[in-house]
Design a protein around this ligand. Structure first.
Ligand SMILES: Nc1ncnc2c1ncn2[C@@H]1O[C@H](COP(=O)(O)OP(=O)(O)O)[C@@H](O)[C@H]1O
Ligand SMILES: [Mg+2]
Length: 283
């Protein structure tokens, strides 16, 4: 139990919390990018997302945590338009996008990753990112007709490859990349169309522990430098506590708690749920 309690000690983490507090000033007054109103998803008798109300502020890093099966991935699938809700609403930048299909949400500036790596293994890093950049253009399947578009995508591809630190790997086949670089490539593919909001579902899954801080630092850098809004599902509690502006805790489809890292760390319900062994602690 004592070891478990240390999960909530965040001050000694290498990724400084000072940063979080600095960002918090003002960020919470900012525009709401995403709002869900009683958002609900049933799979038969199972309520995977149970009337979730959430507000995500522009230019913040908002983490969604909770045990396996809590409904986090389903919630992201609803936000990105991959699945239709049973009930409720999704408001994006003041607009109701509840029934908007996935290709439209991408065009509205919502980029998402999946829990499972989503790259083309037999294409190079460059080809993967260029495809992701092209796929978002209106002219996606006519690019060969317009040399100027082709050049634009190529420039964008190099820019993104630089951002995610894969310049040396540009002509490497994706399947031969080390796992950590594959996750960077995946991040690059989400970033390629320059989304305003990034939905990242366990971006560090399967990575060696020592590689995690680098990817997280990269995500923070992308969020801050580009004034982007990042929603992050992440199991590593130290990461969540050190980088998040806001945390929403989901449990059995519903919101169990919401607050800043300090508030969540002090929350009795969360402590009970986690320390009661409902949450699989990774650290
Ligand atoms: N397509 C689906 N059909 C039926 N049940 C599903 C489907 N997707 C998810 N579920 C169920 O919904 C619940 C929430 O799953 P999920 O959103 O993947 O949770 P998390 O990402 O928090 O681990 C689980 O009980 C899961 O088995
Ligand atoms: Mg999941």
């Amino acid at each position: 139990m004592l070891a478990d309690r240390r999960q909530w000690t965040i001050v000694n983490h290498p990724l400084s919390t000072v940063n979080v507090h600095r960002k918090l000033e003002g960020a919470m007054d900012s525009e709401v990018v995403f709002e869900t109103i009683n958002l609900r998803k049933e799979f038969g008798a199972l309520v995977a997302v149970d009337d979730v109300n959430i507000k995500v502020h522009k230019n913040t890093l908002h983490a969604i945590i909770g045990p396996n099966g809590a409904g986090k991935t389903t919630f992201f699938n609803l936000l990105s338009g991959n699945i239709e809700p049973t009930a409720g609403k999704i408001i994006y930048k003041g607009r109701d996008i509840t029934h908007q299909p996935v290709h439209r949400t991408i065009h509205s500036g919502i980029g998402r990753s999946f829990q499972i790596t989503n790259i083309f293994p037999n294409l190079t890093v460059f080809e993967n990112i260029r495809l992701a950049a092209q796929a978002m253009g209106k002219d996606s399947f006519k690019f060969w007709q317009a040399a100027s578009h082709f050049k634009r995508y190529e420039e964008r591809t190099w820019e993104v490859i630089g951002t995610v630190g894969l310049k040396e790997r540009a002509y490497t086949l994706a399947r031969t990349l080390p796992h950590g670089d594959q996750r960077k490539l995946e991040l690059g593919m989400i970033l390629a169309p320059d989304p305003e909001v990034l939905l990242l579902d366990e971006p560090t899954a399967g990575m060696a522990a020592e590689q995690v801080p680098e990817l997280i630092a990269l995500i923070q850098q992308i969020q801050q430098a580009g004034s982007k809004t990042v929603m992050l599902v992440e199991h590593n509690m130290n990461v969540v506590m050190s980088v998040s502006d806001m945390i929403t805790v989901m449990h059995q489809g519903a919101v169990l708690a919401e607050g800043t890292p300090a508030e969540i760390a002090a929350d009795k319900d969360v402590q009970t749920a986690y320390l009661g062994g409902l949450y699989e602690l990774n650290m």
